[in-house]
Design a protein around this ligand. Sequence first.
Ligand code: ADE
Length: 353
Amino acid sequence: MRDQQKSAALLDWYDTHARDLPWRVGPSKHQENKGPDSYRVWLSEIMLQQTTVAAVKSYFERFTALWPTVSDLAAAEDSVVMGEWAGLGYYARARNLLKCARVVANDLDGHFPDTEAALLELPGIGPYTAAAIAAIAFDRPAVVMDGNVERVMARLFAIETPLPAAKPELKALAAQLTPQARPGDHAQAVMDLGATICTPRNPACGICPLREPCAARAKGIAADLPRKSPKKPKPTRQGIAYLALREDGAWLLETRPDKGLLGGMLGWPGTDWAEGLAAEAPPLDADWHDPGGEVRHTFTHFHLRLALRVALVPMEATPDRGAFLPRAQFRPSDLPTVMRKAFDLAQGSVAKD
Ligand code: ADE
C-alpha cells in the first residue's frame, strides 16, 4: 500500500472517529470556512505537552472562559494565571504562555504567525508546538512528532531501532506520510490513532484502519514497538518545608523565583532539595513540630521526599522569607501539586493543636 493510500485510510477513519475535544473544530465548521481559532489551538497544544487529554480538558475550559482571546490572556495578572495553572505541572509552560501571549497581543496585533518558522520564534514554542499549530490552525503540511506519532510510525514501518536513536528515522517516515491535502486533520488523525487504537500496551489492531499495511502487525511485534533504550534510574532528593499558620489564619508562603523548578509558583518556604538529609532552615523562630509522615512526589528528573514542620505563630511574627497570605486570599488550589500535598498533610496536625 502506498503512503497516499495509508493517509487516505487514516483520514476516512478520522472523519467518523475523531475525538470530540473542546479545542477541536468539527468538519461542518471547516466547511463554513470557520477554521480553528489559532489561540485555542496554541493554548491546547501548550497544555497537552507531557500532559494527558483527560487532565487538560477542564483547565482548557477554565482558561478560555476566563480569557477568551489572546489579548485577554496577555492582560491577565501573572499570579492569577500561575494560580489557574496550578496542578497541571511543568510550570515553565505557564510563564512562557504569558510571555508568548504578550508578544502576540502587543507586537503582532493579536494574530499568531501562520508558518512553522515564525511560530518557532515565539516564547515557549518548540519544534513540536510550532508544527502542531502550523498544521492544525493553518493546515500546513508540517510534520508533528510526539510520543503517539513515534509509536504509530515505529509500528507501521516495523522500525526496531530503539528510541531516542530512532527519532530522525521516524520523523522522515512521518514526513513521507503527510499529505498535501488536509495535513492538519492528518496530524490529528495520527495522534488520535495513537491515543485510542495504537496504544502503548494492548493495541487494538483488529479495528485499526492501518491494520493491512502495518509491518509490525504482520511480524507479530506491534505491542513490542517502539523499543526503548534503558533509562537511567531517578535519584531521590530530600528536603524540609515549613508551614507557619498565624493566629489570624494567614499562612506563610512565598512566590518561588522565576528560574528553576516550580518557578513563579506559590510554595512553602523550605530547604533546598538535594540527595541526603537536609539541615533545618526555618524561615522564622517558632515552636516547630514534625507532623509525622512525609510528602512524596516525582518530578521529571528525581523523586522527592519532603519532611514537614508546622507551627502556630503569633501576630507579631516576622519571617526572614516569604509573607503571610491572609486566609481570604489563600486558595489551596493555587498551589502546585507537591505544595498542595504538603498542605493536606500538615493541615490536620495544625488543626488538632
Ligand atoms: N495530543 C496533543 N495534541 C493533540 C491534538 N491536537 N489532538 C489529539 N491529541 C493531541
